[in-house]
Every structure is written in C-alpha cells, then in structure tokens.
Design a binder for this molecule. Sequence first.
Ligand code: GLA
Length: 722
Amino acid sequence: MSIVERDTTAAAVPALPARRVHVLRAAGVSLVLVTAADGLPEVLHWGRDVGPVDVADTDELLLALGRPISPSAFDAPWPLTVLPTERDGWEGRPAIAGHVEGLPLVPRWRDVEVTSTSREAVVTADSEELALRSVFALDDAGVLRVRHTVTNRGVRAVHLQALEAVLPVGERVSEVFDLAGRWTRERTPQRRALPQGSHARESRRGRTGHDAPTLLVLGTPGFDDASGEVWAVHLAWSADSVHRHDVLAEARPVLGAGELLRAGEVVLGAGEDFTAPDAVFVWSDEGLDGMSARLHDSLRARPGHPNRPRPVVLNTWEAVYYRQELAPLVALAETAADIGVERFVLDDGWFLGRRSDDTSLGDWRVDPSVWPDGLRPLVDRVRDLGMEFGLWFEPEMVSPVSELAVAHPEWLLQRPDDDVRTWRNQYVLDMANPLARAFVLESMSAVIGEHHVDFVKWDMNRDIVHAVHAGRAGVDAHTRGVYALMDSLRARHPWLEIEACASGGGRVDLGVLERTDRVWPSDTNDAMERLAIQRWTEALLPLELIGAHVGPEVSHTTGRHLDLDFRMAVSLFGSAGLETDVTRLTAEQLDRLRAWTTLYKRVRGLLHTGRLRHLDLGDPGLATTSVVSVDRGSALVRVARTVTGPQSLAVPLRVRGLDRARRYRMAPAAGLGVPHGLDMVPPPWLGRGYLELSGAVFEDVGARLPMLAPGTAIVLEFTALD
Ligand code: GLA
C-alpha cells in the first residue's frame, strides 16, 4: 500500500499507558517532563511558561504531542528522552556513549523513578551497567541547570566517552549563534543558518579557551538583542567541552552541552561514579538581552555572589611589567590612593627570580633580590593608604627553569618521557596529584596568610595538550584538582577574593565562577577592542564580574591611541580599575581620573544590580549599553562610536526599560567629559545641559545625540523626577 492509499480512518485514539507529567515553572519559563511506560522520561516542552498542567491536561498533552509513525522509520513511536541514544530511536549525537569490554554503551534504563517539586525534578534509573541520577533544577530567574551522574553498578569497567545534557527546543528555530575569538579578541560573535544534522563545537584546549563558544544559542528568525525567542546553553566547566545542536528530520531540534572526554579519560570501576559538569540552559522571548538578564539574575542570587561594592583596582602589570622596585611601586600606590583607588594589585614578577616569563613559576616565595625586606614595606604602605592588597599567582604552572621543576619533575601533567611543547615557556603541574596540590596550597597560603592578601589574580597562561594523570588522559582530573585547590584556598582564607584570568579571557565560564569573584576578560586594554569583548562577555556575566581597566593612552596590544575620556567611559561599565603608570600622568589627567573614580563609586550600585541592555539606535557605528535600576528610578547609558555612520544628522537615543509613566531628567554623567562631537552646533538640549521627558517619550521618540567622532563616547545619567 502506498502512502496515498493508506487507510487512516482506523487510527483510533490509542490506549495511553499511565504516564505522569512533571512541570517545573519559574519566571515565565516551564519545563514539562513526561514519564514513559518504559525507559527515561521525555521533555515535552522547554520554553515559555505553559501554566499549570493537571491530570486531565496530561492526556490531552500526550495526544497533542504524541508522535505519528512516519514512512521509512522505526515501526513504533519513540521518545526523545532526557538522555537520548539509538536505543530510544534517536540517531543524532548520543547523550551518553562509551563501551564495556568493547561493547557499545547503549543503556537500557529500567526502574525509572521521577520525583519533582515545582522547581526540581530528579530522575533515577538503572541499567545493566550503570545507575543514573539526573537533576533538573529551575531557579528563580528561570535558568535551568541539568546535572547527570552515572555510577558503575556492575563489575566490568565502564569506559565513558560522553555524558551530555540535551533538551529539545522550539521547532521555529532557524539560526544558530555562538562566540569564537583569539587572544586579545575574545568572544567574537558568529551567526549562521541552522543546518540539518548533528553539529558539535568541540573545544580541546584543556582550558575554556579564548575561542570558547561561551553560549550556544538557537533562535527564531531574525532574533536580536531585544526580540525573538532564543534557547541557549552554557557548560559550567573550565576545560574541554562540546556544545552541540542536532536537527534531524524525524525529531525536534535539540540543544546540548557536555564535557569533552578523551579516550580512556573516564573509566569507571565497580561502584565508581562520574558527575558531568552542569549544563546551564536559558530560554527567553526577549532576544539575547532577555537571555542575559536571566543569567545575570541567576548569578546575582547565588549565596557566594560578591556583595560588597566592587573596589576601584590598580593593577601594576601595564604600569611596570617585570620592573618591580619598592620606591616606584610605593609612588604608584600613593598616586593611586590619591585618585580614589581602593585595591592595589601587584602583578607578575614578585617571586623568586621572576624577571621575565622564562622562569620561576612554581617558586612562590618573595624574591629577596628585589624585595630585600620582603613585601611588607609595600603592603604596609598600601594599607596605610587605605587600600586592599592583591597579588598575582599562576598556581597550576611550572617553569622548566625553577626550583620546583628540578625538585619534582614527576609532578608535571604529562608522561615522564613525553616531549610536550612549552607555551610561554611553561608546563602544567598536575593538580590531580595530591602532593603537587598540597605544595601549591602551602606555598600560596604562606604568602597570603603572612600579608593577609585580600585578592588573588589567578592566572593560567597556556593551553593544555596531551595531558596525562596517573596513566590516563588527565584534563578532567586536573580541572577538578584546580577547583579543589581554589576551594581549599578559600576555606583557609575566607576573606579572599579571586580573579580568574587565563592570558586574559581564556577562562570565562560558570565553573570557575563558582569559586572566583570576577574574570579578566582580555589582555587587551584597548578600549575600542574592549567595547566588543566586554559586550559579549556580558552575554553571560553581569558587569560586576567583568574586570575593566583604564589602560595607557597607547595600547600595547594594538598600538592604538585613545583619549582618556573614552577609556574611562568603557571601563566604567564593569568591575572598574586602572592599569597604567599613573605617576607619569599630568595633574589635569589625575583630576579627571579622580572625578571618574568618584563617579564609579556613585553609580556602581546601579551598574552592579540593574538590568543591562544593548540598544540598537539604527547607526551601525554606535555601541550603546544601558543599565536601568531595579526600581527604574535611575539609569546610565553609554553611547560609544567605533566608526563613522551613514548619517550626518546623529540618530536619537531611544532608551528601553524606563518607567513609561514617570518623568526623567537626562544629563551627561558628572565626572566624565562631554565630547565636542562633529556637529557645528550641538543638539539644543546638550547646550542647556539636560533634558526632561517621560519614560514613554525617551523610549519611543528619544533625544537627538551629538554626532560623536570615532573613539569618543558620551555617558548619560537618567534620574526620575517623581
Ligand atoms: C597574563 C595576564 C596578564 C598579566 C601577565 C603577567 O598574560 O593575562 O594580565 O598578568 O600574564 O605575566
């Protein structure tokens, strides 16, 4: 019988086995899981909140979404389960893979149990080889975390090759978006039509990477910063990863992520378990900014989120590099304090023999040839000046030329006889080795404890290749060791804050941010480059977690000259600081920096709690960032010009998110210069110095901007009048 001859009248309503629906709902999002007669549950829906689903609805929902049987397909309907494999009927990339004595691991799950509350579902199941525990947790911001754990319940070794979290997304998705990049150009967006097939974006750098996807987003046609439905995933993990999407003809589109496991990396003996890193899923119908708002709210609600005002930092790196001497550094600290700096961070170069990047990583003792009286004279002066003291470490690394490398060649994360390439003249220490980890912990603790160091800049300056720990591929074990080291250090020194840095922004992920307080998003302090790097770091992180320093007038990474006001405007929107030799600045420049630190201290409460948006004003040469306070009583907007635009009449600034019914005064933020602009006569309101309109007019009509020259920015402050 051909398709057209097929008799469909007999397609009576099938008898449905008793199946239960579990619905998680929060902040306008729902996840609907349905149990199966046999096997793991299926996700019927993840996206916009569908409201409560009662018992009667369950059958209707199953009828609505039950699968027909297509031609040239398996003979029975099959479920897209929470851990799909070919046993289900799923022929895309499997969510779990591996082998047991050479036989492919395609578990047949039995004894499946699902328990749920309105926020969390826990699925447990057994197969011949494994026990599974999967947790789906939806938080107050509507962000969903998925965590799978498998335990070997047999006696034969289970070689695990993949354990990935996947969820189906809306069938209207047509575009895929993620980030890429390189050193000093991190988080560069890329976007393309969503192709058919199973596509995996692999990262094999042993660290998150400068080119990490950060977020893999599937969206409805034309989604942008403000509109469209998007489904996104991020892996909370600081090493090798897979971000994947599957569009198969016979299934809903699927989005997922997991740790990339090397051959032989995870082999579970009897009773041993493996917990995959959390996959963080976000849905929004307000485009990329809506997605980011959920992530920011979620991060801000964490108990460990930094809740003290983010201090103004001065980092010594681009001020002195390796030229560390007490007198100039004391002068630097004195000038820094005078202009309002609150935290002084001594960067690379303070420890035994470290005069360049050729030597000494691992020898975490103060170098007596540079610091004959130790760090004490500097630290005391910094504290007398009322500042916190921070210090640079690169704990996971060792230089071949170091006392540590000579004493413990067996602590490297590699086979003893292997010829692993150096990178920045260094090797990786095996942080899964308890002796190596204890050594680093003790060395760091000695310095941190002696000086009550407030802040550690935790650097990590190489990719990790052919890593071996205890005779196996070692990135997973090493990364967990790094996390354990951070946890131990914080437990010993509970006051300590940590910045995650990896040659700039090579480690920006929610795994490391569970135990650190901000990231250093890039080694470029060129404010023009930073505009884009920070904008796309903001896709994942709120401003208070993103280090943003005013660098020198001429950037050492690009050679570009930029005006101080522009550099200050760009750094204002972050965890702000300075990274330049302020002792060489003029009195006038220091006054401007002092006014800027005063401004930052006044507005950081708003910037670090408010709702961030990226505004498209209709001029591709403008980059516009706004933050509206939670109560919508105030806002700060930065409009920066990167290149000239198509119009000679500047576009109006239209601001979203204000209270439409309230009136606001808009004025250039005090503490930053107002650029002259290229107009012969500036817009009239700017001549007067302020403008007062309703939120509705600011949103729908807007206020004419001055024609900014490339490399200039204006920061505008909105204050509600009623
Ligand atoms: C890395 C960091 C820089 C600086 C240097 C010091 O490149 O990203 O900020 O700390 O190391 O060597």
